[in-house]
Ligand binder design. Structure first.
Ligand code: DAK
Length: 256
């Protein structure tokens, strides 16, 4: 595919996707969703890529869904835009490998929702987060009403969505929306350090942990613990687990 919005770099087991439509603050349009799904089609079968990083070019991560595109939609087109976006974000959340949002600037509306479909959010001090849909007379449409409360608690989700307030990276850290805040010039350095660390861990253990942590949220504690026990048992047939334990006992680094 001839990518017009995404810039993709894959090296050393890490894929970095930069959303690049800075003149519109990287607002999400239909073209973005097509390119991103195409990229996921290519990425999903690859087992040489261990971590995905998503960031934005310019002063925004993503300033929301593209209002200039949405304003012309009728209800059928709005429905299609909605389901396409929801399916894409679900697909991202369920990606086998961990996904890090490197939030360089504005992450508003659909942009904040995109970060929440990732596994971690690392933010530059210049980043700003919010769900400003109320200002447009609409409710969030890419699952902020569900993911925000799961990540930050009911009170914070209600506060952010009902006020439409924009908050700083430090406030996002305080409510648990982001995991770390960095100086702007160090954002990608810190994110790549984190990605490299995770990429170097036993790949099967990383992938399984992500899958059962996420699956467990929708289950009772007992069911989720049973899922953990099943997967825990299964890994004793895995050479990587044996190598991890042997390396510890032989006082050397594991060779994965
Ligand atoms: N869409 C389209 N263009 C956008 C945009 C957006 N979300 N945000 C910014 N831009 C464009 C601006 O129109 C401007 O274009 P030009 O005038 O230069 O042509 C350019 O980007 C630069 O923006 P500003 O001049 O406004 O830059 P400032 O630094 O002054 O302000 C800002 C930055 C981020 C505070 C401001 O741009 C802003 O308030 N932007 C809108 C933020 C926003 O309201 N975001 C939420 C959008 S609503 C759905 C699912 C999801 C959604 C909806 C439905 N379904 C399932 C149905 C999601 C909705 C949203 O995300």
């Amino acid at each position: 595919m001839n990518y017009q919005i995404l810039k993709i770099q894959i090296a050393d087991r890490i894929a970095v996707v930069t959303i690049s439509r800075p003149a519109a603050l990287n607002a999400l349009n239909t073209r973005f969703f097509k390119e991103f799904n195409h990229f996921l089609d290519d990425l999903e079968p690859r087992d040489d890529v261990k971590v995905l990083v998503i960031t934005g070019e310019g002063k925004a991560f993503v300033a929301g869904a593209d209002i200039a595109e949405m304003v012309h939609m009728n209800s059928d087109e709005g429905y299609a835009f909605s389901t396409f976006g929801q399916r894409t974000f679900d697909r991202l959340e369920q990606l086998r490998i961990p996904v890090i949002a490197a939030v360089n600037g504005y992450a508003l509306g659909g942009g904040c929702e995109l970060t929440m479909a990732c596994d971690f959010r690392i933010a530059s001090k210049q980043a700003k987060f919010g769900q400003p849909e109320m200002n447009l007379g609409m409710i969030p449409g890419y699952a902020a009403t569900q993911r925000l409360s799961r990540l930050t608690g009911l009170g914070n989700a209600l506060y952010l969505i009902l006020t439409a307030d924009t908050i700083s990276a430090d406030d996002a850290l305080r409510i648990g929306l982001v995991q770390k805040v960095t100086e702007p010039e160090l954002l990608m350095v810190e994110v790549m350090k984190l990605a490299t660390k995770i990429a170097g861990n036993g790949s099967q253990a990383v992938v399984t942990s992500k899958r059962i942590i996420r699956a467990g949220i929708a289950k009772s504690f007992q069911e989720a613990s049973e899922l953990e026990a099943i997967e825990f048992g299964r890994q004793f047939d895995d050479q990587a687990t044996k190598e991890g334990m042997k390396a510890f006992l032989e006082k050397r680094k594991p060779e994965w």
